[in-house]
Design a protein around this ligand. Structure first.
Ligand SMILES: [Zn+2]
Length: 625
Protein backbone atom coordinates (compact mmCIF):
# COMPACT_ATOMS: atom_id res chain seq x y z
CA UNK A 1 0.00 0.00 0.00
CA UNK A 2 1.37 3.41 -0.86
CA UNK A 3 0.28 6.95 -0.33
CA UNK A 4 -0.43 9.01 -3.38
CA UNK A 5 -1.32 12.62 -3.00
CA UNK A 6 -4.05 13.06 -0.46
CA UNK A 7 -5.45 9.59 -0.80
CA UNK A 8 -4.41 6.19 0.22
CA UNK A 9 -4.20 3.98 -2.79
CA UNK A 10 -4.29 0.27 -2.49
CA UNK A 11 -1.81 -1.23 -4.83
CA UNK A 12 -3.56 -4.24 -6.14
CA UNK A 13 -0.78 -5.65 -8.13
CA UNK A 14 2.37 -7.06 -6.75
CA UNK A 15 5.44 -8.02 -8.54
CA UNK A 16 5.47 -11.74 -9.02
CA UNK A 17 8.98 -12.96 -9.40
CA UNK A 18 8.26 -16.65 -9.75
CA UNK A 19 9.76 -16.78 -13.23
CA UNK A 20 12.87 -14.93 -12.12
CA UNK A 21 13.34 -17.24 -9.16
CA UNK A 22 12.82 -20.46 -11.03
CA UNK A 23 15.53 -19.46 -13.49
CA UNK A 24 17.99 -19.31 -10.64
CA UNK A 25 17.03 -22.59 -9.03
CA UNK A 26 19.71 -25.07 -9.84
CA UNK A 27 18.44 -28.52 -10.55
CA UNK A 28 20.44 -31.69 -10.65
CA UNK A 29 19.88 -32.11 -14.37
CA UNK A 30 22.46 -34.86 -14.74
CA UNK A 31 21.11 -36.91 -11.87
CA UNK A 32 18.93 -39.94 -11.90
CA UNK A 33 15.70 -39.45 -10.02
CA UNK A 34 15.16 -42.10 -7.39
CA UNK A 35 12.24 -44.42 -7.97
CA UNK A 36 9.82 -43.68 -5.14
CA UNK A 37 7.09 -45.98 -6.41
CA UNK A 38 8.89 -49.30 -6.25
CA UNK A 39 7.11 -52.02 -8.21
CA UNK A 40 8.85 -54.67 -6.15
CA UNK A 41 7.17 -53.34 -3.05
CA UNK A 42 3.82 -53.63 -4.66
CA UNK A 43 3.63 -49.87 -4.97
CA UNK A 44 3.03 -49.67 -8.68
CA UNK A 45 1.93 -46.15 -9.40
CA UNK A 46 -1.20 -47.08 -11.27
CA UNK A 47 -2.39 -49.11 -8.28
CA UNK A 48 -1.49 -46.47 -5.75
CA UNK A 49 -4.64 -44.74 -4.51
CA UNK A 50 -5.11 -40.98 -4.56
CA UNK A 51 -4.61 -39.57 -1.06
CA UNK A 52 -4.57 -36.01 0.28
CA UNK A 53 -1.19 -34.37 -0.17
CA UNK A 54 0.79 -34.06 3.07
CA UNK A 55 3.32 -31.28 3.55
CA UNK A 56 6.47 -31.39 5.66
CA UNK A 57 6.90 -27.72 6.50
CA UNK A 58 10.51 -26.96 7.37
CA UNK A 59 10.93 -23.48 8.84
CA UNK A 60 14.31 -21.84 8.38
CA UNK A 61 13.72 -18.56 10.15
CA UNK A 62 16.92 -18.21 12.19
CA UNK A 63 18.41 -15.63 9.86
CA UNK A 64 15.16 -13.79 9.38
CA UNK A 65 14.94 -10.23 10.68
CA UNK A 66 11.32 -10.84 11.68
CA UNK A 67 10.28 -10.52 15.31
CA UNK A 68 8.89 -13.41 17.29
CA UNK A 69 5.31 -12.30 16.70
CA UNK A 70 5.72 -12.38 12.95
CA UNK A 71 7.64 -15.66 12.96
CA UNK A 72 4.97 -17.15 15.13
CA UNK A 73 2.32 -15.86 12.74
CA UNK A 74 4.03 -17.58 9.81
CA UNK A 75 4.59 -20.84 11.67
CA UNK A 76 1.30 -21.21 13.43
CA UNK A 77 -1.16 -19.53 11.11
CA UNK A 78 -0.34 -18.36 7.61
CA UNK A 79 1.75 -21.26 6.31
CA UNK A 80 -0.07 -24.16 8.04
CA UNK A 81 -3.42 -22.74 6.92
CA UNK A 82 -2.26 -22.58 3.31
CA UNK A 83 -0.88 -26.12 3.55
CA UNK A 84 -4.12 -27.41 5.04
CA UNK A 85 -6.07 -25.64 2.35
CA UNK A 86 -4.19 -27.39 -0.46
CA UNK A 87 -4.22 -30.70 1.43
CA UNK A 88 -8.00 -30.53 1.41
CA UNK A 89 -8.11 -29.85 -2.31
CA UNK A 90 -5.37 -31.96 -3.90
CA UNK A 91 -4.72 -35.68 -3.74
CA UNK A 92 -1.50 -37.34 -4.88
CA UNK A 93 -0.12 -40.82 -5.32
CA UNK A 94 1.85 -41.07 -2.15
CA UNK A 95 5.43 -42.28 -2.51
CA UNK A 96 6.50 -45.29 -0.44
CA UNK A 97 9.23 -43.10 0.98
CA UNK A 98 10.07 -39.55 0.02
CA UNK A 99 13.67 -38.99 -1.03
CA UNK A 100 15.13 -36.46 -3.45
CA UNK A 101 17.89 -36.97 -5.92
CA UNK A 102 21.48 -36.17 -5.11
CA UNK A 103 23.18 -33.73 -7.40
CA UNK A 104 25.32 -35.47 -9.99
CA UNK A 105 27.62 -32.78 -11.37
CA UNK A 106 29.51 -34.69 -14.08
CA UNK A 107 28.54 -37.55 -16.37
CA UNK A 108 30.49 -39.81 -18.70
CA UNK A 109 29.63 -40.06 -22.37
CA UNK A 110 27.37 -43.03 -21.65
CA UNK A 111 25.40 -40.75 -19.27
CA UNK A 112 26.56 -42.62 -16.18
CA UNK A 113 27.37 -40.33 -13.28
CA UNK A 114 31.01 -39.47 -12.61
CA UNK A 115 30.75 -37.24 -9.57
CA UNK A 116 28.09 -36.57 -6.94
CA UNK A 117 27.97 -33.40 -4.88
CA UNK A 118 28.42 -33.87 -1.16
CA UNK A 119 26.02 -31.00 -0.54
CA UNK A 120 22.60 -30.43 -1.97
CA UNK A 121 20.71 -27.19 -2.15
CA UNK A 122 17.19 -26.05 -2.78
CA UNK A 123 17.01 -22.76 -4.57
CA UNK A 124 20.76 -22.32 -4.20
CA UNK A 125 20.32 -20.94 -0.70
CA UNK A 126 18.69 -23.63 1.39
CA UNK A 127 20.81 -26.67 2.28
CA UNK A 128 18.91 -29.92 1.95
CA UNK A 129 19.30 -32.09 5.01
CA UNK A 130 21.06 -35.37 4.00
CA UNK A 131 18.17 -37.26 5.54
CA UNK A 132 16.06 -36.34 2.50
CA UNK A 133 18.71 -37.28 -0.08
CA UNK A 134 18.62 -40.57 -1.95
CA UNK A 135 21.61 -42.72 -2.81
CA UNK A 136 23.25 -42.06 -6.15
CA UNK A 137 25.66 -44.32 -8.00
CA UNK A 138 28.77 -43.00 -9.69
CA UNK A 139 31.92 -44.27 -11.41
CA UNK A 140 34.94 -42.11 -10.60
CA UNK A 141 37.50 -42.89 -13.27
CA UNK A 142 35.44 -43.91 -16.24
CA UNK A 143 32.25 -45.70 -17.24
CA UNK A 144 32.11 -48.84 -15.18
CA UNK A 145 35.31 -48.22 -13.25
CA UNK A 146 35.84 -47.19 -9.63
CA UNK A 147 32.11 -47.25 -9.08
CA UNK A 148 30.33 -46.64 -5.82
CA UNK A 149 27.11 -45.37 -4.34
CA UNK A 150 26.58 -42.44 -2.04
CA UNK A 151 24.78 -43.26 1.17
CA UNK A 152 21.05 -42.65 1.31
CA UNK A 153 19.24 -40.72 3.98
CA UNK A 154 16.38 -42.43 5.78
CA UNK A 155 13.81 -40.41 3.84
CA UNK A 156 10.36 -39.67 5.21
CA UNK A 157 7.16 -41.61 5.00
CA UNK A 158 4.73 -39.07 6.46
CA UNK A 159 4.83 -36.40 3.78
CA UNK A 160 4.50 -36.05 0.02
CA UNK A 161 6.10 -32.62 -0.29
CA UNK A 162 8.88 -30.94 1.66
CA UNK A 163 8.44 -27.18 1.71
CA UNK A 164 11.16 -24.99 3.15
CA UNK A 165 9.84 -21.75 4.55
CA UNK A 166 12.14 -18.77 4.88
CA UNK A 167 11.66 -15.09 5.60
CA UNK A 168 14.87 -13.45 4.53
CA UNK A 169 15.29 -9.96 3.18
CA UNK A 170 16.71 -11.18 -0.10
CA UNK A 171 17.55 -8.99 -3.07
CA UNK A 172 14.45 -10.44 -4.74
CA UNK A 173 12.33 -8.94 -1.98
CA UNK A 174 13.72 -5.53 -2.74
CA UNK A 175 12.99 -5.62 -6.45
CA UNK A 176 10.22 -3.32 -7.51
CA UNK A 177 8.25 -2.59 -10.62
CA UNK A 178 8.95 0.16 -13.07
CA UNK A 179 7.15 2.68 -10.95
CA UNK A 180 8.90 1.61 -7.78
CA UNK A 181 5.51 1.45 -6.22
CA UNK A 182 5.12 -2.22 -5.63
CA UNK A 183 6.77 -4.68 -3.35
CA UNK A 184 7.27 -8.38 -3.27
CA UNK A 185 5.46 -10.16 -0.50
CA UNK A 186 6.61 -13.68 -1.20
CA UNK A 187 7.94 -15.98 -3.86
CA UNK A 188 8.17 -19.70 -4.28
CA UNK A 189 9.38 -22.42 -6.56
CA UNK A 190 9.99 -26.14 -6.56
CA UNK A 191 13.51 -27.54 -6.58
CA UNK A 192 13.14 -31.34 -6.86
CA UNK A 193 10.75 -33.70 -8.60
CA UNK A 194 10.00 -37.39 -8.27
CA UNK A 195 10.45 -39.99 -10.99
CA UNK A 196 7.07 -38.92 -12.38
CA UNK A 197 8.27 -35.30 -12.48
CA UNK A 198 5.87 -34.27 -9.72
CA UNK A 199 7.46 -31.49 -7.66
CA UNK A 200 8.22 -32.94 -4.22
CA UNK A 201 10.43 -30.28 -2.69
CA UNK A 202 10.46 -26.53 -2.89
CA UNK A 203 10.63 -23.36 -0.93
CA UNK A 204 8.68 -20.22 -0.25
CA UNK A 205 10.26 -17.03 0.99
CA UNK A 206 8.08 -14.46 2.73
CA UNK A 207 9.63 -11.04 2.36
CA UNK A 208 10.00 -9.70 5.91
CA UNK A 209 8.80 -6.19 5.12
CA UNK A 210 5.52 -7.52 3.82
CA UNK A 211 4.59 -9.90 6.63
CA UNK A 212 1.74 -8.27 8.50
CA UNK A 213 0.08 -9.82 11.54
CA UNK A 214 -2.87 -7.42 11.50
CA UNK A 215 -6.17 -9.24 11.21
CA UNK A 216 -7.31 -6.88 8.48
CA UNK A 217 -4.42 -8.00 6.29
CA UNK A 218 -4.83 -11.71 6.88
CA UNK A 219 -7.16 -12.55 4.03
CA UNK A 220 -4.90 -10.96 1.44
CA UNK A 221 -1.80 -12.67 2.78
CA UNK A 222 -3.63 -15.97 2.86
CA UNK A 223 -4.39 -15.56 -0.83
CA UNK A 224 -0.75 -14.77 -1.52
CA UNK A 225 0.31 -17.89 0.33
CA UNK A 226 -2.13 -20.00 -1.70
CA UNK A 227 -0.78 -18.51 -4.92
CA UNK A 228 2.81 -19.27 -3.90
CA UNK A 229 1.99 -22.81 -2.83
CA UNK A 230 0.48 -23.34 -6.29
CA UNK A 231 3.75 -22.28 -7.93
CA UNK A 232 5.69 -24.62 -5.63
CA UNK A 233 3.29 -27.46 -6.46
CA UNK A 234 3.95 -27.10 -10.16
CA UNK A 235 1.88 -24.20 -11.49
CA UNK A 236 4.92 -23.07 -13.39
CA UNK A 237 6.23 -22.88 -16.95
CA UNK A 238 8.94 -25.26 -15.88
CA UNK A 239 6.29 -27.91 -15.31
CA UNK A 240 4.38 -27.56 -18.60
CA UNK A 241 6.70 -29.93 -20.55
CA UNK A 242 6.75 -32.41 -17.65
CA UNK A 243 3.03 -33.02 -17.37
CA UNK A 244 1.81 -36.62 -17.42
CA UNK A 245 -1.23 -38.31 -18.88
CA UNK A 246 -3.73 -39.91 -16.50
CA UNK A 247 -1.90 -43.21 -16.99
CA UNK A 248 1.41 -41.63 -16.01
CA UNK A 249 3.01 -41.35 -19.45
CA UNK A 250 4.79 -38.10 -20.34
CA UNK A 251 2.56 -35.74 -22.29
CA UNK A 252 5.69 -34.36 -23.95
CA UNK A 253 8.01 -37.05 -25.25
CA UNK A 254 10.87 -36.98 -25.50
CA UNK A 255 11.56 -34.13 -23.10
CA UNK A 256 14.10 -32.06 -24.94
CA UNK A 257 15.62 -28.65 -24.92
CA UNK A 258 15.43 -26.74 -28.15
CA UNK A 259 14.51 -23.46 -29.80
CA UNK A 260 11.04 -22.30 -28.84
CA UNK A 261 9.08 -19.26 -29.93
CA UNK A 262 8.44 -17.32 -26.75
CA UNK A 263 5.51 -15.17 -25.70
CA UNK A 264 7.26 -12.04 -26.96
CA UNK A 265 8.08 -13.62 -30.34
CA UNK A 266 11.76 -14.17 -29.56
CA UNK A 267 13.33 -17.63 -29.70
CA UNK A 268 14.91 -19.27 -26.68
CA UNK A 269 16.38 -22.66 -25.87
CA UNK A 270 14.03 -24.17 -23.34
CA UNK A 271 12.48 -27.51 -22.47
CA UNK A 272 9.61 -27.38 -24.93
CA UNK A 273 6.12 -28.48 -23.98
CA UNK A 274 4.47 -30.65 -26.62
CA UNK A 275 1.54 -29.18 -28.51
CA UNK A 276 -0.98 -31.38 -26.77
CA UNK A 277 -0.04 -29.38 -23.66
CA UNK A 278 0.77 -25.84 -24.82
CA UNK A 279 -0.05 -24.45 -28.25
CA UNK A 280 0.91 -21.19 -29.85
CA UNK A 281 -2.07 -19.70 -31.64
CA UNK A 282 -3.28 -16.43 -33.08
CA UNK A 283 -5.82 -14.62 -30.91
CA UNK A 284 -7.12 -11.05 -31.00
CA UNK A 285 -4.45 -9.96 -33.48
CA UNK A 286 -1.53 -11.37 -31.53
CA UNK A 287 0.14 -14.72 -30.95
CA UNK A 288 -0.61 -16.36 -27.62
CA UNK A 289 0.26 -19.57 -25.84
CA UNK A 290 -2.68 -21.68 -24.76
CA UNK A 291 -2.83 -24.43 -22.18
CA UNK A 292 -4.75 -26.98 -24.25
CA UNK A 293 -4.92 -29.97 -21.92
CA UNK A 294 -8.34 -31.67 -21.82
CA UNK A 295 -9.73 -30.61 -18.44
CA UNK A 296 -8.56 -27.04 -18.80
CA UNK A 297 -10.09 -26.83 -22.26
CA UNK A 298 -13.34 -28.28 -21.01
CA UNK A 299 -13.57 -25.83 -18.10
CA UNK A 300 -12.86 -22.94 -20.49
CA UNK A 301 -15.56 -23.96 -22.95
CA UNK A 302 -18.12 -24.29 -20.19
CA UNK A 303 -17.15 -21.13 -18.35
CA UNK A 304 -17.05 -18.83 -21.35
CA UNK A 305 -19.85 -20.72 -23.16
CA UNK A 306 -17.78 -21.12 -26.29
CA UNK A 307 -17.34 -24.60 -27.73
CA UNK A 308 -14.48 -23.78 -30.03
CA UNK A 309 -11.99 -22.48 -27.49
CA UNK A 310 -8.68 -24.34 -27.80
CA UNK A 311 -7.91 -23.94 -24.10
CA UNK A 312 -6.85 -21.12 -21.82
CA UNK A 313 -4.32 -18.43 -22.59
CA UNK A 314 -1.16 -18.17 -20.54
CA UNK A 315 0.39 -14.91 -19.45
CA UNK A 316 2.22 -13.35 -22.34
CA UNK A 317 3.63 -10.31 -20.59
CA UNK A 318 6.09 -12.46 -18.66
CA UNK A 319 9.74 -11.61 -18.83
CA UNK A 320 10.61 -15.19 -19.62
CA UNK A 321 9.78 -17.41 -22.51
CA UNK A 322 6.57 -19.01 -21.28
CA UNK A 323 4.37 -17.53 -18.59
CA UNK A 324 3.74 -19.21 -15.25
CA UNK A 325 0.32 -17.59 -14.82
CA UNK A 326 -2.99 -17.49 -16.62
CA UNK A 327 -3.56 -14.61 -19.00
CA UNK A 328 -4.90 -11.53 -17.22
CA UNK A 329 -7.13 -10.45 -20.13
CA UNK A 330 -9.31 -13.55 -19.89
CA UNK A 331 -8.63 -14.75 -16.33
CA UNK A 332 -8.66 -11.41 -14.49
CA UNK A 333 -10.00 -12.69 -11.18
CA UNK A 334 -8.34 -16.11 -11.04
CA UNK A 335 -5.91 -16.91 -8.22
CA UNK A 336 -3.14 -17.72 -10.71
CA UNK A 337 -3.54 -14.66 -12.93
CA UNK A 338 -0.60 -12.27 -12.74
CA UNK A 339 -2.35 -9.28 -11.16
CA UNK A 340 -4.18 -9.15 -7.85
CA UNK A 341 -7.64 -7.99 -6.97
CA UNK A 342 -7.92 -6.32 -3.62
CA UNK A 343 -11.58 -7.01 -3.20
CA UNK A 344 -12.76 -8.67 -0.08
CA UNK A 345 -12.79 -11.95 -1.96
CA UNK A 346 -9.50 -11.54 -3.75
CA UNK A 347 -8.65 -13.58 -6.79
CA UNK A 348 -10.46 -16.88 -6.85
CA UNK A 349 -9.12 -20.37 -6.84
CA UNK A 350 -11.36 -21.59 -9.64
CA UNK A 351 -11.94 -24.82 -11.53
CA UNK A 352 -9.40 -23.57 -14.09
CA UNK A 353 -6.48 -23.98 -11.73
CA UNK A 354 -7.82 -27.22 -10.31
CA UNK A 355 -8.21 -28.53 -13.87
CA UNK A 356 -4.63 -27.64 -14.61
CA UNK A 357 -3.50 -29.57 -11.57
CA UNK A 358 -5.53 -32.55 -12.71
CA UNK A 359 -4.10 -32.32 -16.23
CA UNK A 360 -0.59 -32.38 -14.80
CA UNK A 361 -1.22 -36.05 -14.05
CA UNK A 362 0.22 -35.54 -10.57
CA UNK A 363 -2.90 -34.46 -8.72
CA UNK A 364 -6.54 -35.30 -8.33
CA UNK A 365 -8.36 -32.13 -7.26
CA UNK A 366 -11.61 -31.90 -5.39
CA UNK A 367 -13.71 -29.57 -7.52
CA UNK A 368 -16.17 -28.83 -4.75
CA UNK A 369 -13.56 -26.37 -3.48
CA UNK A 370 -13.57 -24.40 -6.73
CA UNK A 371 -14.57 -20.79 -6.16
CA UNK A 372 -16.69 -19.05 -8.75
CA UNK A 373 -15.07 -16.51 -10.97
CA UNK A 374 -17.11 -13.70 -12.49
CA UNK A 375 -14.97 -12.03 -15.13
CA UNK A 376 -16.38 -12.93 -18.52
CA UNK A 377 -18.51 -15.78 -17.21
CA UNK A 378 -20.91 -17.02 -19.88
CA UNK A 379 -19.93 -14.14 -22.15
CA UNK A 380 -19.47 -16.28 -25.25
CA UNK A 381 -16.77 -16.61 -27.89
CA UNK A 382 -16.64 -12.88 -28.55
CA UNK A 383 -15.34 -12.19 -25.06
CA UNK A 384 -12.24 -14.29 -25.70
CA UNK A 385 -11.83 -13.86 -29.46
CA UNK A 386 -12.69 -10.21 -30.06
CA UNK A 387 -10.70 -7.24 -28.90
CA UNK A 388 -12.08 -5.61 -25.76
CA UNK A 389 -12.58 -2.37 -27.70
CA UNK A 390 -13.13 -2.43 -31.44
CA UNK A 391 -10.27 -0.59 -33.19
CA UNK A 392 -12.73 0.37 -35.94
CA UNK A 393 -15.62 1.75 -33.90
CA UNK A 394 -13.69 2.42 -30.65
CA UNK A 395 -16.57 0.80 -28.81
CA UNK A 396 -16.11 -1.63 -25.92
CA UNK A 397 -17.64 -5.11 -25.96
CA UNK A 398 -21.14 -4.75 -24.57
CA UNK A 399 -21.13 -8.20 -22.98
CA UNK A 400 -20.58 -8.70 -20.16
CA UNK A 401 -21.79 -5.49 -18.55
CA UNK A 402 -19.55 -3.37 -16.32
CA UNK A 403 -16.43 -4.97 -17.73
CA UNK A 404 -14.66 -3.22 -20.60
CA UNK A 405 -15.15 0.47 -21.29
CA UNK A 406 -14.20 3.07 -23.86
CA UNK A 407 -14.84 6.47 -22.28
CA UNK A 408 -12.22 7.75 -19.89
CA UNK A 409 -13.63 8.55 -16.46
CA UNK A 410 -17.10 7.17 -17.18
CA UNK A 411 -18.80 6.03 -13.97
CA UNK A 412 -20.05 2.50 -13.46
CA UNK A 413 -19.93 -0.47 -11.15
CA UNK A 414 -16.90 -2.73 -11.35
CA UNK A 415 -17.33 -6.06 -13.13
CA UNK A 416 -18.08 -7.85 -9.83
CA UNK A 417 -20.24 -5.02 -8.44
CA UNK A 418 -18.12 -4.89 -5.31
CA UNK A 419 -17.27 -1.25 -5.87
CA UNK A 420 -18.37 1.83 -7.73
CA UNK A 421 -15.74 2.91 -10.17
CA UNK A 422 -14.73 4.69 -13.30
CA UNK A 423 -13.32 3.79 -16.68
CA UNK A 424 -9.58 3.88 -16.11
CA UNK A 425 -7.60 4.97 -19.14
CA UNK A 426 -4.57 7.08 -19.82
CA UNK A 427 -1.96 8.04 -22.32
CA UNK A 428 1.32 6.20 -22.40
CA UNK A 429 4.55 8.00 -23.14
CA UNK A 430 4.80 6.20 -26.48
CA UNK A 431 2.57 4.23 -28.82
CA UNK A 432 0.95 1.12 -27.43
CA UNK A 433 1.93 -2.09 -29.31
CA UNK A 434 -0.17 -2.45 -32.45
CA UNK A 435 -2.42 -5.37 -31.37
CA UNK A 436 -3.63 -3.31 -28.39
CA UNK A 437 -4.42 -0.01 -30.08
CA UNK A 438 -8.12 0.59 -29.71
CA UNK A 439 -8.39 4.34 -30.20
CA UNK A 440 -7.34 6.83 -32.86
CA UNK A 441 -4.76 8.13 -30.39
CA UNK A 442 -2.35 5.19 -30.34
CA UNK A 443 -0.92 6.09 -26.96
CA UNK A 444 -4.32 5.79 -25.30
CA UNK A 445 -5.25 2.64 -23.41
CA UNK A 446 -6.14 0.92 -20.18
CA UNK A 447 -3.85 0.87 -17.20
CA UNK A 448 -2.45 -2.65 -17.38
CA UNK A 449 -0.23 -4.19 -20.02
CA UNK A 450 -1.18 -7.64 -18.69
CA UNK A 451 -4.79 -6.83 -19.53
CA UNK A 452 -3.87 -6.16 -23.18
CA UNK A 453 -4.25 -2.45 -22.28
CA UNK A 454 -8.00 -3.02 -22.12
CA UNK A 455 -9.80 -0.24 -20.25
CA UNK A 456 -11.88 -1.62 -17.38
CA UNK A 457 -13.93 -0.02 -14.64
CA UNK A 458 -11.63 0.48 -11.70
CA UNK A 459 -13.13 0.89 -8.25
CA UNK A 460 -12.68 3.88 -5.97
CA UNK A 461 -11.23 2.90 -2.62
CA UNK A 462 -13.79 5.06 -0.89
CA UNK A 463 -16.55 3.29 -2.79
CA UNK A 464 -15.73 -0.27 -1.89
CA UNK A 465 -19.13 -1.70 -1.07
CA UNK A 466 -17.84 -3.99 1.65
CA UNK A 467 -16.05 -1.24 3.55
CA UNK A 468 -18.40 -0.17 6.35
CA UNK A 469 -16.18 2.80 7.16
CA UNK A 470 -17.45 4.41 3.96
CA UNK A 471 -20.85 4.96 5.61
CA UNK A 472 -21.71 8.45 6.76
CA UNK A 473 -24.73 10.17 8.30
CA UNK A 474 -26.06 11.62 5.09
CA UNK A 475 -26.88 8.70 2.79
CA UNK A 476 -29.99 9.90 1.06
CA UNK A 477 -30.14 7.26 -1.64
CA UNK A 478 -30.88 4.14 0.40
CA UNK A 479 -27.29 3.11 -0.01
CA UNK A 480 -25.25 1.18 2.51
CA UNK A 481 -21.71 -0.19 2.78
CA UNK A 482 -21.71 -3.63 4.33
CA UNK A 483 -20.32 -7.12 3.89
CA UNK A 484 -23.37 -7.92 1.77
CA UNK A 485 -23.44 -4.77 -0.32
CA UNK A 486 -23.08 -4.53 -4.08
CA UNK A 487 -22.98 -1.70 -6.58
CA UNK A 488 -26.04 -0.87 -8.66
CA UNK A 489 -27.22 1.94 -10.90
CA UNK A 490 -29.97 4.06 -9.39
CA UNK A 491 -31.57 7.47 -9.34
CA UNK A 492 -33.29 6.85 -5.99
CA UNK A 493 -33.30 9.86 -3.68
CA UNK A 494 -35.08 10.46 -0.40
CA UNK A 495 -38.51 12.05 -0.89
CA UNK A 496 -37.49 15.10 1.08
CA UNK A 497 -35.14 16.23 -1.69
CA UNK A 498 -35.59 17.53 -5.22
CA UNK A 499 -35.61 14.52 -7.55
CA UNK A 500 -32.49 14.20 -9.68
CA UNK A 501 -32.61 11.94 -12.71
CA UNK A 502 -28.86 11.65 -13.09
CA UNK A 503 -28.01 7.98 -12.56
CA UNK A 504 -25.69 7.23 -9.71
CA UNK A 505 -23.75 4.14 -8.88
CA UNK A 506 -24.08 3.26 -5.24
CA UNK A 507 -23.64 0.35 -2.90
CA UNK A 508 -26.80 -1.34 -1.62
CA UNK A 509 -27.31 -4.19 0.78
CA UNK A 510 -28.52 -7.23 -1.16
CA UNK A 511 -29.48 -10.78 -0.27
CA UNK A 512 -30.45 -13.70 -2.45
CA UNK A 513 -33.16 -16.27 -2.60
CA UNK A 514 -31.56 -19.17 -4.51
CA UNK A 515 -34.81 -21.04 -5.06
CA UNK A 516 -36.74 -18.19 -6.67
CA UNK A 517 -33.64 -16.44 -8.06
CA UNK A 518 -34.81 -13.19 -6.53
CA UNK A 519 -32.58 -10.47 -5.10
CA UNK A 520 -33.81 -8.53 -2.08
CA UNK A 521 -32.42 -5.02 -1.88
CA UNK A 522 -32.60 -3.26 1.47
CA UNK A 523 -32.78 0.50 1.01
CA UNK A 524 -31.08 1.69 4.16
CA UNK A 525 -32.47 4.66 6.10
CA UNK A 526 -30.36 4.32 9.22
CA UNK A 527 -27.87 6.79 7.82
CA UNK A 528 -30.25 9.72 7.56
CA UNK A 529 -31.77 11.79 10.41
CA UNK A 530 -35.26 10.33 9.83
CA UNK A 531 -37.32 8.31 9.14
CA UNK A 532 -35.37 5.25 10.25
CA UNK A 533 -37.47 2.79 8.33
CA UNK A 534 -35.71 0.63 5.75
CA UNK A 535 -37.45 -0.24 2.48
CA UNK A 536 -37.11 -3.65 0.83
CA UNK A 537 -37.11 -3.97 -2.96
CA UNK A 538 -37.45 -7.27 -4.79
CA UNK A 539 -35.61 -7.85 -8.08
CA UNK A 540 -37.31 -10.57 -10.12
CA UNK A 541 -35.05 -10.49 -13.17
CA UNK A 542 -31.72 -9.19 -14.38
CA UNK A 543 -31.85 -5.58 -15.53
CA UNK A 544 -35.36 -4.99 -14.20
CA UNK A 545 -36.03 -1.31 -13.45
CA UNK A 546 -37.99 -0.64 -10.24
CA UNK A 547 -39.83 2.64 -9.69
CA UNK A 548 -42.56 3.98 -7.39
CA UNK A 549 -40.45 3.10 -4.38
CA UNK A 550 -42.06 4.26 -1.11
CA UNK A 551 -40.16 7.17 0.40
CA UNK A 552 -37.96 7.69 -2.65
CA UNK A 553 -38.09 9.37 -6.02
CA UNK A 554 -36.34 7.76 -8.97
CA UNK A 555 -35.58 4.25 -10.15
CA UNK A 556 -33.46 1.29 -9.23
CA UNK A 557 -31.74 -0.91 -11.84
CA UNK A 558 -31.53 -4.55 -10.76
CA UNK A 559 -28.16 -6.28 -11.13
CA UNK A 560 -27.55 -9.74 -12.62
CA UNK A 561 -28.52 -12.54 -10.29
CA UNK A 562 -25.34 -14.50 -10.86
CA UNK A 563 -23.04 -11.65 -9.89
CA UNK A 564 -24.74 -11.11 -6.57
CA UNK A 565 -25.73 -14.61 -5.65
CA UNK A 566 -22.89 -16.54 -7.20
CA UNK A 567 -20.42 -14.80 -4.94
CA UNK A 568 -22.53 -15.11 -1.82
CA UNK A 569 -22.64 -18.81 -2.47
CA UNK A 570 -18.85 -19.02 -2.55
CA UNK A 571 -18.60 -18.02 1.04
CA UNK A 572 -20.77 -20.77 2.36
CA UNK A 573 -19.56 -23.75 0.42
CA UNK A 574 -16.39 -25.66 0.75
CA UNK A 575 -14.22 -22.99 2.22
CA UNK A 576 -12.76 -22.23 5.55
CA UNK A 577 -15.04 -19.36 6.35
CA UNK A 578 -12.96 -18.22 9.29
CA UNK A 579 -9.94 -17.79 7.08
CA UNK A 580 -11.79 -16.05 4.33
CA UNK A 581 -13.64 -13.53 6.36
CA UNK A 582 -11.40 -12.68 9.27
CA UNK A 583 -10.54 -9.04 9.23
CA UNK A 584 -12.03 -8.45 5.85
CA UNK A 585 -13.87 -5.34 6.85
CA UNK A 586 -12.65 -2.15 8.43
CA UNK A 587 -10.35 -1.44 5.55
CA UNK A 588 -7.69 1.15 5.86
CA UNK A 589 -8.61 3.58 3.16
CA UNK A 590 -8.74 7.26 3.74
CA UNK A 591 -12.17 8.70 4.21
CA UNK A 592 -13.39 11.20 1.72
CA UNK A 593 -16.65 12.91 1.11
CA UNK A 594 -19.19 11.85 -1.44
CA UNK A 595 -17.92 10.84 -4.81
CA UNK A 596 -16.80 13.72 -6.97
CA UNK A 597 -15.22 13.91 -10.34
CA UNK A 598 -11.79 14.50 -8.88
CA UNK A 599 -12.14 11.53 -6.61
CA UNK A 600 -10.34 9.02 -8.70
CA UNK A 601 -8.77 6.42 -6.57
CA UNK A 602 -8.18 3.03 -8.02
CA UNK A 603 -8.07 -0.05 -5.91
CA UNK A 604 -7.14 -1.85 -9.03
CA UNK A 605 -4.00 -0.07 -9.92
CA UNK A 606 -2.87 3.47 -9.25
CA UNK A 607 -3.97 5.59 -12.12
CA UNK A 608 -1.42 8.12 -13.03
CA UNK A 609 -3.12 10.15 -15.75
CA UNK A 610 -1.24 11.43 -18.75
CA UNK A 611 2.27 10.08 -19.27
CA UNK A 612 2.12 7.63 -16.46
CA UNK A 613 4.71 4.96 -16.59
CA UNK A 614 3.45 1.54 -17.42
CA UNK A 615 3.48 -1.04 -14.72
CA UNK A 616 5.36 -4.18 -15.52
CA UNK A 617 5.65 -7.73 -14.36
CA UNK A 618 3.32 -7.84 -11.48
CA UNK A 619 1.75 -10.92 -10.23
CA UNK A 620 -1.39 -11.94 -8.54
CA UNK A 621 -1.25 -12.50 -4.85
CA UNK A 622 -4.00 -10.54 -3.51
CA UNK A 623 -2.20 -7.56 -2.28
CA UNK A 624 1.03 -9.24 -1.76
CA UNK A 625 3.86 -10.96 -3.46
ZN1 LIG B 1 2.84 -15.80 -9.31
Amino acid sequence: MILMGAWTVIVASHRCIHDEIRKTVERPVLSTKPELYDAKLGRRLSQTPWSPIRFRLVYKLDDSPLGMTEKNFLQTKLVPNAANFWSNILKVKRPAKLLVEANCTHVWSDKSCARVDAENWCGGVIPIDPKYVAAHSYCSTGPGSDCGTTSAGPGITDADYVLFVTATASASCESTGATGSTSTLAYATSCREDSQDRPIMGYVNFCPGAVNVNASEYHRQHRVALHEFAHALGFSAQSWPRFRTPSGEPRTSPLSKGPYTCADGSTQEIYRPGDTTVKRLSMRGKMAHFMVTPRVRSVARTYFQCDRLPGVELEDAAKYCLGSHWDERTMYDELMSPVAQTHREGNRLSAFTLALFEDSGWYMPDYQYAEKMLFGVGAGCNFVEKKCVSPETHTALATPVNTFCDTSGEQSCTYDRRACGYCAMGNYVSAIPAPFRYFSDNTLGGTLRQLDYCPVYSGYTNRLCTDISNNDANQLRGNLYSADSFCAKSTLLDDGYVPNSVARYNCFNMTCDPSSRKIFVTLDRQHIPSPKTNVILTCQSDGEVLSNVPGFSGEFHCPEWYTICGLSHDFTSGFNVTDLTSGSTGADEEQTEQLSSGDKIGYNVPFMSITWVMLTAYCSHVDGA
